[in-house]
Design a protein around this ligand. Structure first.
Ligand code: SF4
Ligand code: FES
Length: 244
């Protein structure tokens, strides 16, 4: 395939970025999207030019680091996958592909497609943990958990902290992320002990870092690669009201 890439280039958070155009020939539909960017960067390095900076680690949809906007969608146009799981077979010969970083104030651009997502770490550090001495592994049936609650907690726990929900939201709201991190504990007996302090601390930190509020648009749920549900935001609100 022959493709035209329009990629956002930006030196740092303070510089003004712009799109740079690259022509790519011989792109195989069997390539992954990130492999296509690797091929571009190999060429740029051989030409003694600055390669495109983009974040990645696991390339298996686990770490959440590979987020970028592709043709107007966080993680690209295919639902429920991360950028690293996106294959070039979803594009056609002659396509123009627009690639941009997450655009949200709490995620400043570090370079090109890489943004600083430490704001999520700060929210997590504020309360997204259970501070008990776990000791040795307890007998599996010592604390019984209803299957439906266990399933909902597990569904929330698969949030990979990629930030697509924030990038997709017109308010740059982190509510879907925070609600997943709250839900994974709030639904389990082990997480109830610190539930009040946790929700207050995490919501306070989210507000302090400049994330916006949820206005029920649903873009976060539509673009989340792990299909985290809006029902978690409703649970977050209930937990927050109960905490006062
Ligand atoms: S809720 Fe979804 S989009 Fe948001 S950080 Fe978690 S996995 Fe990413
Ligand atoms: S590189 Fe880890 S989720 Fe994409």
């Amino acid at each position: 395939m022959k493709l035209t890439l329009k990629i956002w280039r930006q030196k740092n958070a303070n510089s003004k970025g712009d799109f740079e155009t690259f022509q790519m020939d011989n792109v195989s539909p069997r390539m992954a999207f990130l492999e296509m960017l690797d091929a571009l960067n190999k060429r740029l390095v051989e030409e003694d030019k600055d390669p495109v900076a983009f974040d990645h680690d696991c390339r298996e949809g686990i770490c959440g680091s590979c987020g970028m906007y592709i043709n107007g969608h966080p993680h690209g146009p295919v639902p429920a996958i991360t950028t690293c799981s996106l294959s070039m077979r979803y594009f056609n010969d002659g396509d123009t592909i627009w690639v941009e970083p997450w655009r949200a104030k709490p995620f400043p651009v570090i370079k090109d497609l890489i943004v600083d997502r430490r704001a999520f770490d700060k929210i997590q550090i504020a309360g997204g943990f259970i501070s008990v001495n776990t000791g040795a592994a307890p007998e599996a049936n010592s604390i019984l958990v209803p299957k439906s609650k266990y399933d909902d907690a597990f569904d929330a726990a698969i949030c990979i902290g990629c930030g697509a929900c924030v990038a997709a939201c017109k308010n740059a709201s982190a509510m879907l992320f925070v609600s997943a991190k709250i839900s994974q504990f709030a639904l389990l007996p082990q997480g109830r002990i610190e539930a009040r302090d946790r929700v207050r601390a995490m919501v306070e930190k989210m507000d302090e870092l400049g994330f916006g509020n949820c206005s029920n648009t649903g873009a976060c749920e539509a673009e989340c690669p792990k299909e985290i549900k809006l029902a978690n935001i409703a649970r977050l609100n209930r937990e927050f009201f109960k905490a006062f």
